[in-house]
Design a protein around this ligand. Structure first.
Ligand SMILES: [Zn+2]
Length: 73
């Protein structure tokens, strides 16, 4: 089964996109724990802003963590 390669496919399948940040907290030198910020992405908003043919695998490179500013999501 395929069909989840694009935002449109995932949206039609009722998927919820979840992301987790793997970045280090650069702004907090004393803490060595990873950021681990988590969020659920709004598929409908993604669909409207990126278009249904936008590949899901490209999403992480377009995201920035609001907690640590990292892009390693
Ligand atoms: Zn982060």
């Amino acid at each position: 089964m395929t069909g989840f390669e694009t935002i449109g496919g995932a949206f039609q399948a009722g998927c919820v996109a979840r992301v987790r940040c793997n970045g280090k907290r650069k702004n907090v030198p004393k803490s060595s724990r990873p950021c681990e910020f988590r969020a659920d992405l709004d598929m409908q908003t993604l669909l409207l802003t990126r278009g249904p043919n936008f590949p899901l695998e490209m999403l992480p490179s377009r995201l920035m963590c609001p907690s640590c500013g990292g892009r390693n999501m």
